[in-house]
Design a protein. Structure first.
Length: 88
């Protein structure tokens, strides 16, 4: 039985997510949500914590939402995008 290409991509992403979740939990970080789709990297949204300092930030975006300054940071863990927001 042939495996659908999309099924194969999702299975590979699930393996990456599983490894990233284990890494983040070992660091003591809480996971809020996980998005897996046909994109190249799954997105994991976490609650910011002290251990976020150990994550190498791939990019930082500054914005204002509802009158508050927010810093959005994204790092890569096990081929997954890990995203969190900090208020400044």
């Amino acid at each position: 039985m042939a495996i659908n290409k999309l099924d194969q991509i999702i299975n590979e992403q699930l393996l990456s997510v599983n490894m990233a979740v284990k890494t983040l939990q070992a660091m003591g970080l809480s996971i809020n949500s996980i998005s897996i789709g046909d994109g190249c990297r799954p997105m994991i949204l976490i609650t910011p914590g002290y251990a976020c300092r150990n994550l190498t930030s791939a990019y930082t975006k500054r914005m204002i939402r509802s009158g508050r300054r927010i810093i959005e940071r994204v790092a890569f863990v096990a081929e997954c995008q890990v995203k969190w927001e900090e208020f400044s």
